[in-house]
Design a protein around this ligand. Structure first.
Ligand SMILES: [Zn+2]
Length: 78
């Protein structure tokens, strides 16, 4: 994603401004019960707030917790 292009949210269709969690990317994988060569993937953008509403946040979004590690931190642990 180029820095000067603001993505549109696939849920509310509004521009996504930079925020604590935004922009978010959603990766949809079809045929997820099959091996990787037989799957298809597509990336969407969304607001964290919109995704949270869609999934009716019932505390499954561990990623929002303050101690949820960034990928950089996981890489440093490896
Ligand atoms: Zn949205």
């Amino acid at each position: 994603m180029k820095k000067d292009i603001k993505p549109l949210c696939c849920i509310c269709k509004e521009t996504i401004e930079k925020d604590v969690f935004d922009p978010c990317s959603l990766v949809l994988i079809t045929n997820s019960d099959m091996e990787w060569p037989d799957q298809k993937e597509q990336t969407f953008f969304c607001h964290m707030g919109c995704f949270r509403r869609v999934v009716n946040d019932d505390n499954i979004l561990y990623i929002l917790e303050a101690d949820f590690p960034a990928n950089r931190e996981l890489e440093e642990e490896a």
